[in-house]
Design a protein around this ligand. Structure first.
Ligand code: FNR
Length: 372
């Protein structure tokens, strides 16, 4: 199908499934165990309903925002997803270029197929990028990457905390990860013995340190001035700890359903975190000093607006952009972002919200979330 026939972000998935190499499809689409959490990531949004307001002049609406102090054209960022070249020869650069065209922020993954510097070099002057960090058992490697990232102007460091071990993604495990894969990553080349018999995820992840602990947080705070965010927080207790330790925020996420099956959706966790940090620390959200992010299953601007109403600063989107560039290259990502822009414009009007500060808790009925 031609790009003009694409109407929404779901469409990219159906096309990618038809056109992508089986191995790449398996890696991008897979999730843990029985894939219950990945389904719940969508289902949770279906339980939240809108309470729109009427008779407000919505001739012009503005859904731009600031994420960690950086301007973003919408309350959405492109989250980190590894191995971009499995889907397209330009890999992550497709995301960098489209992000520039649409004024959105890209989070660069540690396990990108393109080198970190290539991805930063591909950015336009002033374009904002974040870095997702997998912490290496060899802290000298991690320190070097973090400090290099800061020198290169990265504006936020997202430390992944939900992957002490990679989840069991059986669809992916049935595929052999080929040594000649174009997706072979630099980090990987430093590994002496890599098990290639169990899919892409396992082949690339053996350097990640399962010993990572709260005790390490002061060390990160000592080696960089970038805002530090924990990616993969799943309950209010850990969000509170992150706040008390002076971190800049948390991503409430189950890693796209790829880690612990039966983990809750980010939206459920968001509801709980807003309530408990409000009660215990008097915080209100969205909050500039401690920002809440959510990812997993977001496919529509209405999904994003639900999370924003509940208290998220912004929401991460992963797979749709992978599917978009795997099927259509950079143009696919441009189209996906244009669709989101159009959806925001329309749904802000239909909600009766002229800017994001008018997207408030009373605009959603989230009572089904509080029941959990
Ligand atoms: C991911 N995700 C991820 N997260 C991370 O911290 N480091 C990583 O290297 C990756 N790699 C990765 C690869 C692929 C193929 C996927 C699908 C996901 C998780 C990602 O950042 C995010 O949490 C989810 O993708 C969000 O869910 P959706 O939008 O894909 O449903």
């Amino acid at each position: 199908p031609s790009l003009s026939e694409i109407l929404n972000l779901h469409d990219f998935e159906a096309i990618a499934r038809m056109v992508m190499p089986e191995k790449a499809w398996a890696y991008y689409s897979s999730a843990a165990d029985d894939e219950i959490t990945i389904r719940e990531n969508h289902a949770a949004y279906h339980r939240v309903w809108f309470r729109p307001r009427i008779l407000r002049d919505v001739t012009t609406v503005d859904y731009s925002t600031k994420i960690l102090g950086q301007v973003s054209s919408m309350p959405m960022y492109i989250t980190a997803t590894a191995l971009g070249k499995l889907g397209h020869p330009d890999g992550e650069l497709n995301l960098t270029r489209a992000a520039a065209n649409h004024g959105v922020i890209q989070m660069i993954p540690t396990l990108a197929s393109c080198s970190f510097d290539e991805i930063v070099d591909a950015a336009k002057p002033g374009q904002v990028q974040f870095l997702q960090l997998y912490v290496n058992k060899d802290r000298a490697i991690t320190k070097k990457l973090v400090q290099h990232a800061e020198t290169r102007g990265i504006k936020g460091l997202f430390i992944t905390v939900d992957a002490p071990q990679l989840g069991r993604r059986e669809k992916d495990m049935r595929m052999k990860f080929d040594a000649e894969d174009p997706a072979e990553v630099t980090e990987n080349k430093q590994q002496d013995r890599v098990d290639r018999s169990q899919g892409a995820a396992r082949a690339i992840s053996s350097f990640i340190d399962p010993g990572l602990d709260w005790k390490d947080i002061p060390w990160f705070q000592s080696i960089t001035k970038m805002p530090l965010i924990l990616k993969g927080v799943q309950c209010w207790e850990d969000a509170l700890e992150a706040y008390d330790r002076g971190l800049a925020g948390v991503v409430l996420s189950n890693h796209g359903g790829r880690q612990l099956d039966f983990a809750r959706s980010g939206l459920e966790i968001l509801y709980e975190v807003v309530r408990e940090l409000g009660a215990r620390r008097g915080l209100s959200f969205p909050n500039e000093k401690f920002q809440l992010f959510v990812d997993g299953g977001v496919r529509r601007a209405t999904d994003v607006l639900k999370a924003v109403a509940i208290g998220a600063t912004a929401v991460g989107v992963g797979r749709p952009f992978l599917y978009a560039f795997s099927s259509y290259g950079q143009e696919g990502v441009d189209k996906a972002l244009q669709i989101l822009h159009d959806e925001f414009e329309m749904n802000m009007r239909l909600l009766g919200a002229r800017n994001l500060s008018e997207v408030v808790p009373s605009m959603v009925d989230a009572s089904s979330l509080s029941a959990h």
